[in-house]
Design a protein around this ligand. Sequence first.
Ligand code: SF4
Ligand code: SF4
Ligand code: FES
Length: 534
Amino acid sequence: MPTFKLDGKTIPFEPGDTIIRAADRQGIEIPHYCWHPGLSAPANCRMCLVEILPKPGQKPLSLDILELDPKTGEYKPVQKPKLQPACYMTAGEGMEVLGDTSPHVQRARHDVQEYLLLNHPVDCPICDQAGECKLQDYWLEHQKTSKRMHDEPVHKPKGVEFGPTIVYDAERCVMCTRCIRFMDEIAKDPVLDMRERGNLNEITVAPGRQLEGHYTFMTEHVCPVGALTTKDFRFKARVWFLRSAPSVCQGCATGCNAHLDYDPRYNKAYRYRPRDNEKVNKYWMCDEGMLSYREAHDGRVTEPTVAGKPASTQAALDEVKRLFTGVPKDAIAFLLHARYSLEDNWALRELAMVLVGSHHVYASGRPDGYADDILIHKDKNPNSAGIKQLAPGAKSFKDLLGDVSLGRVTHVVSLGGSAPEDAGGLRDAKVVAISAHEGPLTKLARVVLPATSWAEHSGTYVNAKGMRQIAEKALEPQGASKPAWKQVADVATAMGYSPSWSKLKGIRAELIGTAAADRPSGPVLPTVGNASAE
Ligand code: SF4
Ligand code: SF4
Ligand code: FES
C-alpha cells in the first residue's frame, strides 16, 4: 500500500484518498468542519489546512504577504508557505505533510477559529451542542484566545423552524454546508441552500417547502455546531450526563448500527445516534429509526398479568402450570417473533422442539411498511432473517389462526405482543405471551410475562443482509421484566420441563456452535457478520 508522512508518521492510503481521509482511517483527526466522510468535500471552512513540503528540486508553493512588525508598528513583506486543504488534496506516494508540527498550520487553525467565532453568540450554556461541539473542542485545541472584536456582532435569525422536526439558529451556523449536502446527496431532496454573502450568509429552506421527509434528523447529526437542533432532543438533557451503549435499531430489517444514549440516573433513554458501519448504514439512520429509542419506554409491559389483572410472577407461573397440565403436546403452538433476539427465539424454539417435542412452530412480526432505496426496509422487524435461520420451516401467523380455528391448536406460547395481521382469532386459544411491549396478543393473553426490551439486555439480531449484530444493554430492566429467554425458561419449568439454558453465554455458544447434525431443525449460523458490533 502506498504511504505518505504526516508529522513524521507513516500513513498508508488507498489510491484516490484525500489526506484527511487516510489520516482519519488511522484514527488521526485533522481538524475540520465542512468535511464529512460520507459527503462530498467543498473545502470551504479552511480548518483542515496543512503544509505540504516540496519534493527535492521542487519549487515551494508560497504566498507573498504583509506581516505586522510589532517592534516598528510597520507592515513588512514576507513569504509564507501556501497551505492546502487536507480534505481536498489527494494523498501521494512519499508526500511529506505537516499538520500539528507546522507553526504556519497552527496559526491558520487559530485564525480560522477566531474568524468563525467573530459573530458567534457563544451561548454555550443554553446550547444543546455544548459538550459535543466542534467550535468548543477546537477553540480549546487550536485557539485558546479571547475575543478581540468589541463591536456588536452581526445578528441573524434564531429559533427558525425548518420543518416539523428541526430548528435552525443562523447565529451559531459556521456555513459548512453539510446539512445542504446531506439533503442533496444522501436524502436526494435538495431542499436546503445558502443565501446572502459573507457574514450575512444563512441556510434557508426552498420557497414553498419545509425540511421534511424520512431523513431530517441527519441534518442535525451532521451539523458540527449547535445551529441545527431536533425538536425531540433540544433542552431535554446535557450530554455530559448521558452514557452510550452500542445498539442496533429495531425499526426495520436494515438493522442500522446506533448509539443508544441514556441517563443512568433516571434509567431513561434520550436519543439514538448513528454508529458508523460502512457495510450496513454507513453514517446514517432514518427519522423513524432515530425516534424508535422511545420504544424503550413507550407501551412497555413491565408487570405480569393473569386474565388482564396484575399478578405476582409466581401467580402467573402457577397459572401457566395450570393451563398446560394435561394438554397434549400437539395442541400447543409456539410463536416466534421477528422483533425479538436470536437468543429469545432460540429459547422458545428449544422449548418447542427439544423439550416439548412439538413441530407447531410459527413466526410472527410487525406488518410490512414504507420502504426506500436509501436505508429503509419494508420489513419492520430487526430479526426476520434470524427467525428464518433458526426455524426455516416455521409456519406463518395466518397458518396459526387457521390451526386455532380448526381446533388443532388450543394453547399458544408467544414471544411478543404484536402481529402482522388481526390477531382476534387467537381468542379461541389459551395464550401465554412473553412480551416487552403491549399489543393485540398481550390484550387477549390469559397470562402475560414481562420481557426486557432490546435496550435492557444484550441481544443478537440478523439483518436483511444476513449479518449478525449485537445490541448491547443500556438500561436496567424495568419493573419485573426479565430477558425473554429467561421467561421462556421459567415457563418451561412451570410446564414441567428442565430447560438446559440458564446463561446468555451458554445460548450464544449454542447459536455459534450448533451444527445442522446436532439440531436437525436448526441451521448453521454465520459466526461473524459485523465485526464492529460483535
Ligand atoms: S446549519 Fe450546521 S450543518 Fe448546516 S451549514 Fe450551518 S453549521 Fe453547517
Ligand atoms: S432504516 Fe431501518 S434500521 Fe435503519 S434507522 Fe431506519 S428504521 Fe432503523
Ligand atoms: S474540512 Fe473544511 S476545508 Fe477542509
